[in-house]
Ligand binder design. Structure first.
Ligand code: ADP
Ligand code: MG
Length: 340
């Protein structure tokens, strides 16, 4: 795999939109970096800059120590997979995967060997003779990945490659992508706006906001210790509650959080336990607005005073007369100061 380094990367579009705002990012060789963030935060622009498909306004990117030059043909060591796969509809699976090798004037016999090998790894031997309109979305996706990997790239850039797939296929494809990446040892930069894809795939999770990196860390670090309410809200949909609107029953332990600095707290839906807690815990009692069954668990929309909370408990926890009492340990309260 190749190391990727972006230094003070800035992209301002002619209409004044700042898509990348002096962004620094380093991805070590052989790792999966996932760029996660809401629509419009600059993920695609960053990927295109890494691929040399966009000219940065200032700053630059190196791949394996070499500067990426926009406008130049992307290095053979870099491959990109787009959301819509960008496959040739009138070509067969074989011809689609073979195409980059043809462009590189690889001899015919070697082309066939490479296509067959990648098809074997991706379990798509049977799709090679079919045309794209004869394939399902997931099958087309595999062809697209095959085409990206056929030249043994040291860096693969994927822009929301799973977003057109249904839920089951998505989960299956992302574990296949991870298996392939480990097998082939390439560096992968994977763009998504889906937090579960991000947590499942990432070695390095890069949360973006407004053309900058909001937080970078392992999935566990970012999930357990979100650096801001933005990250907390985006990952796992934390309840963000202003200290002032916490109900009296919940505030007994809060003084230990240093309320002079803390203005908001984040509470994960899954950290609630049913029933009242000890005085060391935060206890919430409120009105159930709505419940949703999520398989073994139930999501309760709870109104506590003027605060609305999402609470996830086991599905067999009873909810009586539209009331629910739950508590969370102070250790599970994430404190944010005004800057967050
Ligand atoms: P993401 O992939 O995270 O959704 P993009 O990188 O596509 O975000 O876009 C980042 C910002 O740049 C957005 O505000 C978007 O509208 C803007 N943008 C993207 N491409 C262009 C363009 N060609 N011209 C003008 N603005 C653009
Ligand atoms: Mg995008």
């Amino acid at each position: 795999g190749a190391t990727v380094a972006c230094v003070k990367l800035r992209k301002v579009f002619p209409d004044g939109t700042v898509a990348l705002n002096d962004l620094d990012l380093h991805v070590d060789a052989g790792r999966i970096a996932v760029l996660l963030g809401p629509s419009g935060c600059g993920k695609t622009t960053l990927l295109r800059a890494m691929a040399g498909l966009t000219v940065p306004t200032s700053g630059g990117t190196t791949v394996a120590g070499r500067p990426v030059q926009a406008g130049h043909r992307a290095s053979p060591n870099v491959a990109m997979v787009f959301q819509n796969y960008a496959l040739y509809p009138n070509k067969t699976g074989f011809q689609n995967i073979e195409f980059p090798l043809r462009m590189a004037r690889v001899p015919r016999a070697e082309r066939a060997a490479r296509v067959n090998e990648i098809a074997r790894i991706l379990h798509i031997e049977k799709l090679l003779s079919r045309h794209m309109h004869e394939l399902s979305g997931g099958q087309r996706q595999r062809i697209g990945i095959g085409r990206a990997l056929v030249r043994n790239p040291s860096l693969v850039l994927m822009d929301e490659p799973l977003s057109n797939l249904d839920a089951d296929l998505r989960v299956q494809m992302r574990s296949e992508i991870k298996t392939l990446q480990r097998l082939l040892g390439m560096t992968l930069v994977f763009v998504t706006h889906d937090q579960s894809d991000a947590l499942a795939l990432a070695d390095d999770l890069v949360v973006m906001k407004d053309g900058q990196i909001e937080q970078l860390g392992s999935p566990d670090e970012v999930y357990d210790r979100p650096a801001s309410t933005f990250v907390a809200g985006f990952l796992g949909g934390m309840n963000i509650v202003g200290i002032g609107s916490l109900p009296a029953t919940a505030t007994s332990g809060i003084s230990r959080l240093d309320p002079s600095r803390v203005t908001q707290v984040g509470i994960r839906a899954e950290d609630f336990k049913p029933g009242p807690g000890t005085p060391q815990d935060l206890t919430f009692e409120g009105t159930v607005l709505l419940t949703e069954l999520l398989g073994r668990e139930r999501l309760i929309h709870l109104e506590v005073g003027d605060t609305k909370l999402r609470v996830r408990v086991r599905a067999d926890v009873p909810v009586h007369d539209g009331r629910f009492t739950g508590h969370i340990s102070l250790n599970d309260v994430h404190a944010f100061d005004s800057a967050g």
